[in-house]
Design a protein around this ligand. Structure first.
Ligand code: SF4
Length: 295
């Protein structure tokens, strides 16, 4: 019997998994190059935990919390990179221990999802994987290359479509302001195009906030990148919601955003746009100041 659930390095999970059991399947991020991301910049180096260790933690959770766990999230960044058969094994064991599970979710980047076939993803779906959270960030190749995302619009589209084809729910994250003033229009236009092509189940809106220990912050400090103002960010949100041709649920469930909007497209479009128009009438000084994140 292990001594509690074992965690190594930073543990992040989507806000929607706040009440989920967190069992670490991987440590760190195998990519770790995105210039706006500080999570694993100080380590630990990426590694996949042995299946045996993950199962021990699941068993510990079963012995301490009982069989009625409803949702499980397997951190850290990019658990999708695990060998398909190993993760299928873990998913079967998880469902065996917790028969009332309603959702099992992970993070996955497009470049690692693309290493799986649709058949691989279907095996994961059949074994119980219900949702993958993917950082699209932008649909512009120019911006994706600039922030060293390691993917392109085409790769993001393929990865997203494969997830949906496999019958797994897809949550795509976008980062407002990522193109700065120079590429704001391009950012929204091309992000909208990728999202329209994928039609994910969820679109989660985040706003660029410079974090410590990131190359992005250095660009801002050197003056080679200019952050958008609150009104410019709200305008990006407005255009995105106006132009999206999807049936996704949109949610801005994050502290980085200037205002919260949520609803399902297309039926809630006008309500969300109206919220944005009202917010745009507020003086810029009424919104939070741009600040440097500390975590
Ligand atoms: S893939 Fe995700 S966790 Fe890894 S560096 Fe990029 S944003 Fe950070």
């Amino acid at each position: 019997m292990t001594q509690g659930l074992r965690y190594t390095g930073p543990i992040y999970r989507p806000p929607s998994e706040a009440h989920s059991l967190l069992v670490q399947a991987t440590i760190g991020c195998p990519w770790n190059k995105c210039t706006f991301c500080m999570i694993y910049k100080k380590g630990p180096p990426f590694r996949i935990r042995p299946v045996k260790d993950i199962k021990e933690d699941l068993l510990w959770a079963y012995n301490h919390y009982g069989p009625d766990i409803q949702t499980i999230f397997f951190p850290s960044g990019n658990t999708i990179i695990m060998k398909t058969q190993d993760f299928v094994d873990i998913l079967h064991y998880t469902k065996h221990l917790f028969p009332h599970l309603q959702r099992i979710t992970i993070y996955g980047s497009a470049q690692y999802i693309a290493q799986k076939t649709v058949d691989d993803l279907k095996k994961l779906a059949d074994a119980g994987l219900s949702r993958i959270h993917v950082g699209l960030e932008s649909g512009s190749d120019t911006i994706l290359a600039h922030v060293k995302k390691g993917s392109t619009a085409a790769l993001q589209t393929t990865a997203g479509c494969h997830i949906k084809q496999a019958g797994i729910e897809l949550s795509e994250y976008i980062l407002l302001g990522l193109g700065g003033k120079q590429y704001s229009t391009k950012h929204i236009k091309e992000t909208t195009k990728v999202l329209n092509n994928i039609n994910p189940d969820f679109i989660r809106i985040r706003t660029l906030l410079p974090k410590i220990n990131t190359p992005f912050l250095e660009e801002i400090q050197k003056g080679t990148f200019t952050l958008l103002s609150p009104h410019e960010i709200l305008q990006e949100t407005y255009t995105l919601i106006k132009e999206l041709q999807v049936t996704s649920y949109i949610i801005s469930d994050h502290y980085t955003n200037y205002i919260q909007v949520q609803g399902t497209l297309p039926q809630d479009r006008e309500t969300m746009l109206s919220t944005m128009r009202t917010a745009l009438k507020n003086d810029e000084t009424s919104f939070r100041k741009p600040y440097i994140g500390t975590e």
